[in-house]
Design a protein around this ligand. Structure first.
Ligand code: GLA
Length: 458
């Protein structure tokens, strides 16, 4: 996909862009001549599979991060945000790897630059920019990755550097770890490579993307539980615990497979072990029971703590109070990977009922095995299914955020009205009255179209 194809999806003269350009002119007393957009994403299925090397099935959504900017003659970056809650930020290009405070919005822009630094020309130039957008923050719709992607495209354009999109997605996935989350590569790839009317089957290591047509008779509806899931703040420890548990499962399985096959087996990720036939019973005997203490883990690995830390490249190990839950995490990941494959086939055959069944199984697994759901997300899924969704599940990292539902096109309006009544006005208003004090926030619930990937607006 090239820039002009992406640029065609949005018009420079649309009221939203006009407003942003006017605001830029008002704040900086000069017209913006660069406009960049990067969409958020919603994941249909394949949760927490990406960093394990297994595929995902998201789509880019019609909510996006937008930037209006001008190139600067020097190496400075001056950024303001349309949302007044995000204060002005300033830095020099040489300060890319010196973060602002944890959770600061400027870190996402720095993350993009840090990832691209060795591709930038010696005398790279910065920009003055006004950021805005329509992706709800901390809602599991990847507003943060969209911010990284949009910033990266701006840095590249300002410095006339070309990078292939697949490669850029890979670079930015690694770069986003700068903000402290051990995420996979789904969000950046979906934002860069989105295709109207299609979900994307994304495979990793190496990154590959295949568009999968969405059934025209159905729409994708996003419902925000209104429980914030800030991945760089409160949810950070819980999020990062999952990749760690998966990595520990890999270490134990490698040890077991080395004994079993009589030759050394080494792997980085669960998907690297897919070539070895391994029944769930066998996996249970290696990884079970449900939870292991640190002492049990070290005993099974036949390692000291310093040895384990060296292998993990970690300075310290957070031992969860309820122990390391390797078996449930493993079962979720390998079963979810199989569901992604089945979901692609269901969509390709236009079998929405089967897709719905797979989404339900995914949600249940996210809830009980991966433990990333909340009471609010569970209730939202139940309500969606009661009101005619063929499938519904939590989407994204979890611990709050949104659900994704597949709803017959002609039922969407009734669906939105019924979920608004039963979830927001009844369940949530009673359980968390503070979230509904100012009424229903805009975009709490909306049907989305699959959007084109990020690009410059020309
Ligand atoms: C976050 C991460 C992704 C992925 C999802 C869970 O959004 O950034 O890489 O791991 O969580 O599927």
């Amino acid at each position: 996909m090239n820039e002009s194809e992406n640029a065609m999806s949005t018009s420079i003269s649309s009221p939203e862009w006009q407003r942003l350009r006017d605001e830029f002119l008002h704040r900086f007393a000069a017209p913006a001549d660069l406009l960049v957009r990067a969409p958020g994403r919603v994941n249909l299925i394949g949760e927490h599979t990406d960093y394990n090397g297994y595929p995902v099935l998201p789509l880019a959504i019609d909510r996006e991060i937008r930037i209006a900017a001008v190139r600067r003659p020097d190496d400075q970056v001056l950024m303001q945000n349309g949302r007044r809650a995000f204060a002005e930020r300033f830095f020099r290009l040489s300060e890319a790897t010196v973060p602002f405070a944890l959770g600061d919005w400027g870190n996402y822009v720095k993350a993009a630059l840090a990832g691209l630094q060795d591709r930038m020309p010696h005398s790279a130039r910065g920009f003055t920019a006004l950021f805005d957008g329509t992706v709800p923050p901390a809602a599991g719709l990847s507003s943060s990755s969209a911010l990284v992607v949009a910033s990266a495209l701006l840095f590249l354009h300002v410095n006339e550097v070309q990078v292939d999109r697949l490669e850029l997605a890979d670079v930015l996935a690694r770069a986003e770890r700068f903000v402290g989350t051990a995420g996979g590569g789904m969000d950046q790839a979906a934002s860069l490579l989105g295709r109207p009317g299609h979900a994307l089957k994304i495979d990793f290591f190496p990154l590959r993307v295949r568009p999968v047509a969405l059934p025209f008779a159905y729409r994708v509806v996003i419902c925000n539980s209104l429980i914030a899931a800030p991945k760089t703040e409160s949810a950070l420890l819980e999020y990062n615990r999952r990749p760690l548990e998966c990595r520990l499962a890999v270490l134990l399985l490698c040890r077991y497979l080395s004994h079993k096959t009589g030759r050394p087996v080494s792997a980085q990720r669960l998907a690297d072990l897919a070539a070895f036939p391994l029944s769930e019973e066998e996996a249970a005997s290696v990884l079970g029971p449900q939870s292991l203490s640190l002492a049990q883990l070290l005993d099974r690995l036949q390692m000291s703590l310093p040895e384990l830390l060296r292998v993990l490249h970690h300075a310290a190990l957070q031992t969860p109070q309820d122990g390391f839950k390797l078996l449930p995490r493993y079962l979720h990941v390998v079963r979810e990977a199989a569901r992604v494959q089945a979901a692609c086939e269901a969509l390709e055959q236009g079998d929405a009922e089967e897709m719905g069944r797979l989404m339900a199984a995914s949600h249940e697994s996210c809830r009980s095995l991966y433990e990333i759901s909340t009471a609010e997300l569970d209730r939202l899924v139940e309500i969606a299914l009661e009101h005619g969704a063929v499938g519904s599940r939590l989407t994204g990292a979890g611990f709050g955020g949104c659900t994704v539902s597949l709803v017959a096109r002609e039922k969407v309006d009734d669906f939105i009205a019924a979920v608004t009544r039963d979830y927001y006005e009844t369940f949530l208003a009673c359980r968390r009255p503070e979230t509904m004090e100012k009424g229903l926030p805009p975009d709490a619930i909306f049907a989305t179209e699959a959007a084109a990937g990020a690009g410059l607006i020309v």
